[in-house]
Design a protein. Sequence first.
Length: 145
Amino acid sequence: MQPPPPPPAQQLQQLPPYAVRPVEFPFRSLVQRAARLALGGEREIALAALTAARFARGAVPPLRLSGSLRQARAAASRVWFSTLALPARARLAAQRVVDASAGDDMQALAAGLEELIEVAGPVLDRAANAELRTLTKLAASRADA
């Protein structure tokens, strides 16, 4: 005699062995905040923070990209950042994060993220700031290792 089938909630939680694991995007709140802001200055700052965070995430293990790829991405980002209507301080903070992501100095990356949080913090909401702080802590913990 077979046991009864599991309830529907348990069926949804268990993935078959051949299933692809769901992708978890670490910056959902940053994307949502940028999407909700009106076109213009504040949205540009939020988009710059999102882009810089994605570059930084690619520099921190275990998702670390190769050095040559990180350097190529950082070089290409300069053109993109120049097209945004950003205040000079926000542009510099975001570019510092991207430049640090091209190298191996996790302390410089964490410092750049702290500066970005200071500059973009007033534009971002609590959840978006928390995502940046989590990334900063991750980078800082890798600097200590």
